[in-house]
Design a binder for this molecule. Sequence first.
Ligand SMILES: Cc1cc2nc3c(=O)[nH]c(=O)nc-3n(C[C@H](O)[C@H](O)[C@H](O)COP(=O)(O)O)c2cc1C
Length: 272
Amino acid sequence: MSLFSVDDSLCTRCGACIAECPVVIIEGRDGFPVPVSKADELCVRCGHCVAVCPHGALDHENMSAAQCPPVLKELAVTEAQVSQFFRSRRSIRNYRDRAVDRTTLTRLIETARYAPTGHNSQLVRWLVVYDTAEVRRLSGLVADWMRFMIKEQPAMAAEFHWDLLVRQWDGGMDRICRGAPHVIVAHAPKDNPMSQGSCTIAMAYLELTAMSMGLGACWAGYFDIAARFWPPMTEALALPEGHGNFGSMMVGYPTYRYHRIPLRNDPDIIFR
Ligand SMILES: Cc1cc2nc3c(=O)[nH]c(=O)nc-3n(C[C@H](O)[C@H](O)[C@H](O)COP(=O)(O)O)c2cc1C
């Protein structure tokens, strides 16, 4: 099979696949889509050509139309639903003493992986720190990093009140991972300029998806920074060679639910 094949009996020559291909590797021969030369090399395997065809006429060598699930109209969400959903998402900082099963966490990641990635590189990979005792151990390393920072970078430590966080940690109050049973880390190649953006967006998807599944989540910022800069923590995380963490999220079942949407600053917008 060439890069893609088109069923002549289904194709209406509407040109959608040609227009939508992000890397312009489909041309129309009398309106019929054919690959340009070197198409195979240039293709980013995004599947837009398959997904945009209204008739299921195009099969890509990496995904046939039959393999790609249809977009179901009955599941479409309204603007009002999206607006309430996004605005009612909250960072969750109290978790029930109950593990989330691995199948549920896998489902969560399976949706989050549909976040956009630069050049459809799909470079985001996932580490689930599933064992709650390990989450606590890693949080202890974050507290050690804060102790180090209090000594070495007192101005920064004072700005973020790390002395207080460390005292609270020592007193049994976990403001680092908030007693969450699990932490999910998005990691990617350290030297790829797309890594940070792609992981951040994937994490945003993950946080919102968690909410739709009755889970709570919260960015684990201290955890994530310590994992980048504090060698004992980096070693403990043991990411694959050449990979760095670009976002970490606490996940668990929330203790409380929110009943109102707190106010936020008005958007600062300039139209030009
Ligand atoms: C990059 C980033 C790092 C964060 N790190 C933490 C953290 O370490 N601990 C925490 O409790 N909240 C953390 N948060 C959550 C913010 O405090 C929270 O988004 C903000 O207070 C607004 O609340 P909301 O998310 O409920 O709207 C972080 C958020 C972001 C975007």
